[in-house]
Design a protein around this ligand. Structure first.
Ligand SMILES: Cc1cc2nc3c(=O)[nH]c(=O)nc-3n(C[C@H](O)[C@H](O)[C@H](O)COP(=O)(O)O)c2cc1C
Length: 367
């Protein structure tokens, strides 16, 4: 059995060499969602500059017969600059390689091992890994049994609520309930629903009711109001936030202030966002593995800006997408952001990057 993850109560410090203590305290745990090609060492350092989450999760380590842990992802564990715990996430379908990888990763300072049961990428699902595994609860059962036994420390799972239909979740919950998980993070959509539909808070509430472990709610938290609504509607022990944190790295501090009834929530301005963009540029250049190449770096920044620009003047997004070179890129950023006016609290409702989040604020219909 693992040493437990108890955001709302005590959390024993495991003496094992590789274990870091997890945060304790009465308020919900705040977790940065793992995002491939986003939540790397540079991004973690930048998040921490703005207060950061309580817990990080690596991008997924691909696991197959001949795999070895990706050195670039391992860096975020070995050089973790945040002082906060980090879980190592695995994606794979075969017990042998998964168990071997657990052993390899537990040689590094991980706070635990997390299994990805949510990735909807067709290339992953076709191989029956990530979200594809949700079609095979019996196989998940076997994998969780083997991993629970192999993992010395904390063992957590990040799942969706089904492959085709939320009705599948009940069966999955039976499987999760059998394996003494230290936490379950639930992205409240099916694999089919991708990233754009509203989430299903009722499924997360159900997990909270039937599981003994802490349940972390994920999907569509874009600001304090959606975060609080998700907690209220699910009773979850914590929130996991992905795209909302790329757009607004102040979100964790804003939530801490709101949940602690403190008046000092950050209220970022255009110039603060400009500062965030500069920091992200500097850190990604500094920790980049490849030789600096301005065009490639601008392309990388455009991927982050695709989230940050939602809710701002639409011509900012339009111009940034066409930026050529660093000078052009920063010139456009200054033109739109070099001001002291507060940033909008939420993205636009029409945004393709953030869809369906308003539904979280709607109270469920009374029976
Ligand atoms: C660019 C991107 C990459 C992602 N990579 C991963 C990943 O490596 N592992 C994982 O479990 N989920 C991954 N996800 C899913 C997120 O962790 C999260 O479940 C999803 O974005 C919903 O949360 P959000 O609405 O707060 O963004 C990724 C999502 C995005 C947008």
């Amino acid at each position: 059995m693992g040493p437990g993850l108890a955001p709302g109560g005590d959390c024993a410090v495991d003496p094992a060499r590789t274990m870091q203590p997890l945060p304790t305290g009465p308020r919900p745990l705040l977790v940065l969602a793992p995002m491939q090609n986003v939540t790397d060492l540079a991004f973690m350092r930048v998040m921490e500059h703005f207060g950061g989450p309580d817990l990080y999760v690596t991008e997924y380590f691909r696991v197959y017969e001949t795999s070895r842990p990706d050195p670039a992802i391992l860096r975020s564990v070995d050089e973790n600059p945040t002082g906060k715990p980090i879980l190592a996430q695995l994606i794979g379908r075969d017990v042998g390689p998964l168990v071997r990888t657990v052993r390899e990763l537990e040689e590094h300072p991980v706070a635990g091992i997390d299994l990805n049961l949510g990735c909807p990428a067709p290339v992953v699902c076709r191989k029956d890994a990530g979200g594809g595994l949700l079609r095979q609860p019996a196989r998940i059962d076997r994998i969780l049994g083997a991993l629970r036994e192999a993992v010395q420390g904390r063992f957590t799972v990040k799942t969706r609520i089904g492959y085709d239909d939320p009705g599948e979740f009940e069966r999955l919950l039976e499987v999760f309930a059998r394996h003494d998980l230290d936490a379950l993070a639930i992205h409240g959509r099916t694999v089919r629903e991708g990233y754009r539909s509203p989430v299903h808070p009722g499924c997360i509430r159900r997990a909270v009711e039937v599981l003994d472990c802490p349940v972390i709610a994920n999907g569509n938290v874009v600001d304090v109001a959606t975060g609080r609504a998700y907690l209220r509607r699910t009773g979850a022990a914590g929130l996991m936030i992905g795209r909302g944190a790329i757009r607004n790295p102040w979100i964790f501090e804003q939530l801490r202030a709101a949940l602690g009834r403190r008046p000092d929530a950050p209220r970022p301005t255009g110039r603060d966002l400009l500062g965030y963009i500069h920091l992200l540029w500097e850190e990604t250049v500094r920790t980049g593995r490849k030789e600096f190449h301005a065009r490639r770096q601008v392309d990388k920044m455009k991927r982050y800006l695709g989230y940050m620009s939602q809710g701002l003047d639409p011509s900012f997004d339009h111009r940034i997408r066409r930026a050529i070179g660093a000078e052009d890129f920063f010139g456009i950023c200054r033109e739109f952001l070099d001001h002291d006016r507060p940033l909008p609290g939420t993205p636009s409702e029409e945004s393709k990057r953030f869809c369906g989040f308003r539904d979280l604020l709607a109270e469920p219909l009374k029976a």
